[in-house]
Design a binder for this molecule. Structure first.
Ligand code: 856
Length: 300
């Protein structure tokens, strides 16, 4: 059989250009590996998620940790940094997490490896004193993020433009204060938050608020619900009320908190729309979710 003249002959002109472009695309996908689509979204990390992968006790990344002495920092009380061990996937987005009134880092430490194993650098902190109020906890979350990105031993693993905050109770109130003070934050997740300030029209950060139906310390009717309602209606915001839960539900490993937090952080810190499927449509009431509110689909 006769060879096609264009294929058999030496590659020149337009065909050479096409071949070079094809080789570049093939070469790029070989270098970045399966599951990575750097050209589509430079912030995407890890394989495509499934319901079971976001519910799992650990995600795809092996996690290392390093402790930060309170004596070595200013503006917060030290803590523990959990981070993906690999340096093969570039930088990661990062979050700081504050405990509540009278509580220590240990009360929220389960979130460290749970979230870091999905591809985030997670700094669970202690506060200057356990009696600090929400506005101070907000400042301390921001001081922790500044330490993480500017001075910590993992600073070169963190993308300083993709940061978020979480916190429990007064720390959750603090995460709203941090978002109010630093609109460049990409995600905020208050967990059974407590704050005397009920109005948050200044917040520009996509915010997911968890309430607990049985919370008698920060009842949802006077804390989580008005916080949600008083965020801008144009904001990417959501409210999930945990069923059969108390003020202290966020203090131990909880799959409902984990799966929606992972989805929110991936969607808004990594711009990863592969996780939109877990957020929209909003989860229906179930054995674990009492009620949900939010704007879907997300806009930013
Ligand atoms: C775990 C927030 C009047 O306010 C309170 O009584 C109160 C109590 C506890 C908390 C909190 O942050 O709990 C988290 O210590 C407000």
């Amino acid at each position: 059989m006769q060879q096609h003249p264009h294929i058999s002959r030496r590659r020149t002109g337009r065909l050479a250009g096409l071949t070079a472009a094809l080789a570049a695309v093939v070469g790029l996908s070989t270098l970045t590996g399966p599951g990575a689509h750097a050209a589509d979204n430079p912030y995407e990390r890890g394989p495509a998620p499934t319901e079971s992968s976001i519910e799992a006790l650990r995600g795809p990344y092996a996690v290392s940790q390093t402790s930060v002495s309170r004596l070595a920092v200013t503006g917060f009380g030290g803590g523990t940094i959990y981070y993906p061990t690999t340096t093969a996937d570039g930088t990661f987005g990062a979050i700081a997490v504050s405990p509540g009134y009278t509580a220590l880092e240990s009360s929220i430490s389960w979130l460290g490896p749970r979230l870091a194993s999905q591809g985030f650098v997670v700094f669970t902190i202690d506060t200057n004193t356990t009696l600090d109020q929400p506005d101070s906890r907000g400042d301390q979350l921001l001081a922790a993020l500044d330490y993480l990105t500017q001075r910590s031993s993992v600073r070169n693993r963190v993308d300083s433009g993709r940061l978020g905050v979480m916190g429990h109770s007064m720390g959750g109130g603090g995460s709203l204060e941090a978002a109010k003070d630093r609109p460049s934050l990409q995600a905020a997740i208050p967990l059974t938050p407590w704050n005397l300030d009920k109005t948050w029209p200044e917040v520009r950060t996509p915010t997911l608020i968890f309430g607990a139906d049985g919370d008698t310390i920060a009842p949802v009717s006077s804390h989580a619900e008005p916080f949600y309602s008083n965020l801008p209606s144009s904001l990417d915001r959501a409210y999930l009320e945990l069923n059969n839960a108390t003020h202290f539900t966020p203090n131990s490993s909880n799959t409902t908190i984990a799966k929606y937090s992972i989805s929110w952080l991936k969607r808004f810190i990594d711009n990863d729309t592969r996780y939109e499927q877990f957020l929209c449509p909003l989860p229906r009431p179930s054995l674990t979710i009492e009620e949900s509110r939010g704007n879907c689909p997300h806009t930013s």
